[in-house]
Design a protein around this ligand. Structure first.
Ligand SMILES: [Zn+2]
Length: 311
């Protein structure tokens, strides 16, 4: 019998389909989608909209979690915890080795307030939902590390990787000025995730975005099987077409704004191919150079195949 719940942390870069993956993974009873949990304190402080139609403080799900985990919390107090969260992530990002026990002990001692707040939040999520698996799509390895340090859940870190050339083209459409920064982040996250080793209560697998879009149903089954769950029957109508229920979803910004705006109940998973057009070659070249060596290794299929999700 498992004594701790599972935190399935989707890590990786933006523009990689993490929001839709988290929704598809959490259609069964035992699995609850907690969105980009790292942004929940800011969400409460700003009272951002929830996909259920209410706001994050009045929503039955997140409002209830807040009332129990942080009774009487004001917007200023939520902002203070978020400042602690950012301080933790900045310090963690600057540390070379996350496998060294001294480093982890130092981090835990340096950020007791934030880690206690996170532990309380995770415990409340588990007790109120009764979930066996919580799916988080915060994407940052630093936030996954913080969750690991709380000891509340066994962490399953899923490194969702997408071709850096496709990521660059996607950012070029949305935030062209941030491409360099985003590509640097792509490389940093890959270096971090490949250097962070499995330890007690910490499991790692990588998933190629292209495998997800090629065989979505099989890929989702594999991810769920990894955490001991089955893909509920009826979610997929065909290999690519899924029927999505929003009844148990309470997602909030900054999760993918298009997904949140459309609330589609029929989802067809397809790989966008427009980024492959030859005219994008300068951007492709830049993406490969800035993400070197992980980016080119990924494109050539040389990225730690032993860590990939297996069937
Ligand atoms: Zn809601």
């Amino acid at each position: 019998m498992r004594d701790r719940p599972i935190g399935l942390m989707i890590s990786g870069s933006g523009r990689s389909g993490t929001t839709i993956l988290s929704i598809l993974l959490s259609q069964g009873e035992n699995v609850v989608n907690i969105g980009q949990l790292r942004d929940v304190w800011v969400g409460w402080a700003r009272d951002v909209p929830c996909t259920c139609g209410k706001s994050l403080t009045t929503c039955e799900f997140w409002g209830g979690i807040r009332a129990e985990a942080f009774p009487g919390q004001t917007a200023e107090e939520a902002d203070r915890i978020d400042a602690g969260r950012r301080a933790f992530m900045t310090e963690a990002a600057g540390l070379r080795d996350w496998n060294a026990p001294d480093t982890l002990a130092h981090l835990a001692q340096a950020h007791p307030g934030f880690l206690a707040a996170l532990a309380s939040l995770l415990k409340t999520l588990v007790s109120r939902t009764g979930a066996r698996v919580l799916v988080d799509s915060s994407k940052s390895p630093e936030f996954a590390l913080a969750c690991h340090l709380t000891g509340v859940a066994d962490l399953y870190v899923l490194n969702l990787i997408r071709d850096p050339r496709a990521v660059a083209c996607s950012w070029a459409k949305r935030k062209p000025r941030s491409i360099n920064q985003r590509l640097d982040a792509w490389g940093q996250r890959q270096r971090r995730l490949t250097g962070w080793q499995a330890a007690d209560g910490l499991h790692h697998r990588s998933l190629r975005y292209e495998d997800f879009t090629d065989t979505p149903q099989q890929t989702l089954s594999k991810v769920l099987d990894w955490v001991g769950e089955d893909l509920p029957s009826g979610v997929f109508e065909t290999d690519r077409k899924a029927r999505v229920s929003w009844a148990r979803q309470h997602l909030f910004p900054p999760s993918n704004e298009k997904v949140l705006a459309e609330l589609r109940t029929e989802v067809e998973v397809r790989a966008p191919s427009d980024w492959r057009a030859a005219r994008h070659w300068p951007l492709h070249l830049k993406a490969l150079m800035r993400s070197f060596p992980q980016g080119p290794a990924y494109v050539l299929g040389l990225d730690s195949p032993d860590r990939r999700l297996k069937s």
